[in-house]
Ligand binder design. Sequence first.
Ligand SMILES: NC(=O)c1ccc[n+]([C@@H]2O[C@H](COP(=O)([O-])OP(=O)(O)OC[C@H]3O[C@@H](n4cnc5c(N)ncnc54)[C@H](OP(=O)(O)O)[C@@H]3O)[C@@H](O)[C@H]2O)c1
Length: 252
Amino acid sequence: MGTAIAEGLLKSKFSKAADITITKRNIATLQSMKEEGIKVTADNAAAVKNSDIIILAVKPYQVSDVLKSFKANLLSKHILVSVVTGVLISDIRDTIKINIPVFRAMPNTAISIQQSITCISHFNANASQVGYIKDLFSALGKVAMIDEKLMEAATVLGACGTAYAMRYIRANIQGGIEIGFDAATASLIAAQTVKGAAELLLQKGTHPEQEIDKVTTPKGCTIAGLNEMEHQGFSSSLIKGIAVSYHKIAKE
Ligand SMILES: NC(=O)c1ccc[n+]([C@@H]2O[C@H](COP(=O)([O-])OP(=O)(O)OC[C@H]3O[C@@H](n4cnc5c(N)ncnc54)[C@H](OP(=O)(O)O)[C@@H]3O)[C@@H](O)[C@H]2O)c1
């Protein structure tokens, strides 16, 4: 997640390589980043000293130790952004014990191609700091500003949503093969069709049902197939799956 963000900031030209530092304990795996001109170090405290924006992208169980490794170096100039799942802004503030702006961001794996939806909430940030962090994640896809209490819901719909969409596409590929396509052609058709459908909604701002009306002819094959999917529980199974994911994450 951390390197995907760094790469996206470079590719989108939001940041220059020389302005980015990546930290990691085993920096041997960051050779390609180093070759692009990004600074690479295992020293969190030194990296924080020389930075203004800190993006925390470690596993939830690593957060406390990592914050402790640099909290003595935090100054009022710093903005802290955490993309860590399940760690509250208040948990972070309790550890760092300094009153700097703290953001929580929930991207998804499409951030590696600058096509994420990143849900963001914040505490103690002024309008220009909020604007800057919004611009940063907008360089990596789309952004939705949300209340922190919706972060678990954002994790399900935005981050788990990538897996749900993949399963939908996989099912289309399987169906496509059954009706005559080879796997590669079925994959291309299924993925591009889903991408095009999503772009129709994003670019036109229409409701899915409006777009469905355009492709369903009375007595036609589309509505027959769609209704059969619904008889088999298509929408209901998706809604139930989203609710189960949510209850699982909200409980933990
Ligand atoms: N994957 C997703 O779809 C997704 C979406 C939204 C949010 N997230 C969240 O993003 C976070 C990162 O996820 P990920 O999949 O990128 O995990 P990951 O691949 O395990 O990356 C965590 C990184 O933290 C580094 N690290 C661990 N301890 C460190 C320390 N003391 N100092 C400096 N670096 C340290 C690790 O490198 P070393 O071991 O070499 O130090 C590793 O590169 C997680 O909290 C996850 O919940 C993930």
